[in-house]
Write a protein of this length. Structure first.
Length: 82
């Protein structure tokens, strides 16, 4: 991350940080929607692990991902293309 962006963020108050967080989430969802396609392999990214699955359905802010014989509803921000 650029140093200028870091400095700008450090100077923000709590309200501005909450707005920034909401904006970043929106951008993550838009990016995910434009890159993810039904049937493709995706990684579900968690803090300590990444699991490979197949994208079954794309909803408004979540996706249905099949891992093995089980299906999970996962937020788009947790998905990466494999």
């Amino acid at each position: 991350m650029k140093e200028s962006i870091r400095k700008e963020i450090m100077g923000m108050n709590l309200s501005e940080l909450n707005n920034l967080t909401e904006f970043v989430r929106d951008v993550q969802v838009m990016t995910a929607k434009s890159t993810l396609k039904v049937g493709m392999d995706v990684y579900i990214v968690q803090k300590t692990k990444r699991e490979l699955g197949t994208l079954i359905k794309i909803k408004q802010s979540r996706c249905t991902v099949e891992i093995g014989n089980r299906r999970y509803s996962v937020p788009m921000v947790m998905l990466e293309a494999a």
